[in-house]
Structures are given as C-alpha cells and as structure tokens.
Design a protein around this ligand. Sequence first.
Ligand SMILES: Nc1ncnc2c1ncn2[C@@H]1O[C@H](COP(=O)(O)OP(=O)(O)OP(=O)(O)O)[C@@H](O)[C@H]1O
Ligand SMILES: [Mg+2]
Length: 303
Amino acid sequence: MSRLRDFYRPADADELRAPLEVNALCEQAIAFTAPKWKANARATGVTIAVNTDFTEVPHIRASAPELRESLTNLIFNAVDAMPSGGTITVSTRADGPNVRINVTDTGTGMTEAEASRCLEPFFSTKGDKGTGLGLAVVYGIVQRHGGTIEIASEEGTGTTFSLLLPATDQTASASGAADESAVNRMLSVLVVDDQEIICELIAAHLSADGHQPVTVSDAAEALARFEAGSFDLVITDQSMPGISGEQLAKKIKERSPGTHIIMLTGFGDDLFPDGKVPEGIGRVLSKPVSSDDLRRAIFEVTS
Ligand SMILES: Nc1ncnc2c1ncn2[C@@H]1O[C@H](COP(=O)(O)OP(=O)(O)OP(=O)(O)O)[C@@H](O)[C@H]1O
Ligand SMILES: [Mg+2]
C-alpha cells in the first residue's frame, strides 16, 4: 500500500530536493540492489554483470530517496528480464537541458504492445511475481521532478529505460551542506520495537530510501547492539516490556549524544499530553508510520 500512496502523493516539498550528484546516486542504487543481481543470480546459477558508464554530468534538483527508488525499480526489472543472465549498464550523459540516466539490459526485451503499456499501474507480465507498480512509481516520481522517461526495447535483444531529468546549475556544496547530508546520506539505523511486524515495516521503508536498518525486539538487546555498532539514528517504540523507549533513549544519549532518536507511540498512547517531548528525543511519530512520515522525521532530526 505504501507504494500506491507514494504513486498518488502530490508534489514533494521543495525543501526535500537538494542538488544531487547523479553518478553517486547511481552507485548507491547499484550497491543497494546488489543482493538481487549478485547473490540471487548466483544461487540460480546465472551471472549478471552490472557495468557503469558515467560521464561528468550537471547536478539535478531531486529527492535522493525517490530517485534511488526509481533506479532500484529499473534495475530489478532488468534483472527479471534476464533469467539466463546478462549485463546491465547504467550510464549517465548530459543531454541538452537534462541529465540522462540510462539503464540498459541484455534481456528479453518487450513487444511493442508491452512497451507502450509498461508504465501503467498494475500492468505486469510476471503473474504472481509482479504487482505492476514498479514502473508506475518510477513514472510518478519522474513526473514530479519535471522529467520524462524514454523506452527503447527490442525483443530478444534488450531494453533501455532512460530517465531525463532537468539539470540545475547549482552544485551540491553551493546549496548548503546541511540540506545535502540530511537527505542524501545513507544512515545506519537501529530500529527497536517489540512487535516484529513494526520493525519489518520500518526497516522496509528505511531500506527503500537507501538507509541501513538493524532491527531488534527489546531495549536490552538494543543497548547491546548499540554498544557494538555505530548508529546515526535510533528509532524506538515507547511502550516495551522491561526498559521503555524513553529510558532507552536516555541511555543512548548518555553514551552517544550525537545519535538522533525518533520515538514511536502506539495508538491510544497518551504519552506526552502537554506536547512535552522527553529530552533527547528528536521527534515523536504515532503508529502506523508511513514512509512519508518517516522520511520527513528523519529529514527534521538530521538537519
Ligand atoms: N527491463 C525490462 N525488460 C523487459 N520487460 C520489462 C522491463 N521492465 C519492465 N518490463 C515489463 O513491464 C512490466 C511492468 O513493470 P513494472 O516494474 O511496473 O511491474 P513488475 O516488474 O511486473 O512488478 P513489480 O515491479 O511491481 O514487482 C513488467 O511486468 C514487464 O513485462
Ligand atoms: Mg518491476
């Protein structure tokens, strides 16, 4: 459902769009999708190579998580289109007023009819294995960024999806580093909730945005993990058996004052009735948490 909501979501707030380094973002998307094209492919005995062909391109003004999600969807589709292996090439070019990002595969290709319908929501040739939302989400994102998608596909030869996104003459550093680091940095995140399903949901939102979540189901374990690893952000439930989220937050802040904390509260919890958020907690979110709420909260606590 969150993907549907993403698809129909109105334009992103402009403050979430920092000038973005396209090549670095492509690298992140490739790294993030590596489990799918490397390990999965190896397990089934096929080899998929991912090549890059980057050139120096201008920055684009874009939401890094959204662009990363778009590229991820294109790469996943490319992998699906190469059941017996092949090569994916991600290339970047300056193209008039735009930056062009090409994702090319040497897969099955599409018929003309498929190519003309593939951006439609729920259009899929994958049966149970596809929802048909991947490209619809990409289309929505690219549109909101004032860009366009080009598709070149030949049956039996392969497919190239191109995203054309308006270049900006602003550079990342000129717009203020705070902006950039908040939106574009991959964060390592400790997620603490005694309900496993909530952990999974939050972790899925985080992964989709290119962050690295670690989930644990109680505060004692969270503290142990926190000591052992280095986390930029802790997202914790408030009411848990044993140590509460608030106590956990306090302990984490004592050990590492620079770590950001977001607290989750359950339905009906009247925890901070006068709006006074306990010290050290950057933001309180009530469950259920949408990917938008989470993205915004992360943006706020880290900037
Ligand atoms: N690189 C590609 N090569 C061949 N066909 C493709 C490629 N990318 C997309 N398609 C076709 O377009 C259809 C729609 O793609 P889309 O990503 O929207 O949905 P899906 O991959 O089927 O499911 P989901 O992405 O929701 O898991 C695919 O089912 C497939 O037929
Ligand atoms: Mg797909």
